[in-house]
Design a protein around this ligand. Sequence first.
Ligand code: GRF
Length: 194
Amino acid sequence: MTLRVAIFISGGGSNMVSLLDSMTSDHPARPCLVLSNNSDAGGLSKAAARGVATTVVDHRPFGADRAAFEMALNETLEQYQPDIVCLAGFMRVLTEEFISKWQGRMINIHPSLLPKYRGLKTHARAIETGDKIAGCSVHEVTVELDEGPMLGQHTVPILNDDTPETLAARVLIEEHILYPAMLRKFADRLASGT
Ligand code: GRF
């Protein structure tokens, strides 16, 4: 059985591209959908160029009504029947209800060595703290923000003259290696039912 993967993005989608490009040959999964909450997301055209279905569920018409936005997300997902949802730079906080529905089938990449620096501005915070090592984490999504069982982490050094931008670029290179590897691990596990 080939597993179906939906990827949620909000921006450029470089992690999404690394995931799409990894699902070939004997990989147990294939992409079925790239979904964005933002019609301007640069990643949409990259997915379309790779022949993957794309869709936009704009959060703005729903205002503060997260439940209604997520109902629209779920309606879309029902059409594509994913087995796995990958969050890849998806900049909306999801409610407990949505996460509970997808728990055990949803994974996320975060640009820090969790449990350090949940939330935003991870690179600036690591530099300000004086850390010598930064990195990225791929984890299962549970109701607490940026928590959930860890699938894997990669580290990079923080250099003396790093800015948040230079550090982000170094971490992103590792994200593109880590996320596909952890999707593969997660998909293998789901496919084997363990
Ligand atoms: C990545 O750093 C990811 O870890 C974070 O958002 C960024 C998305 O970048 N959650 P991209 O859209 O994958 O290029």
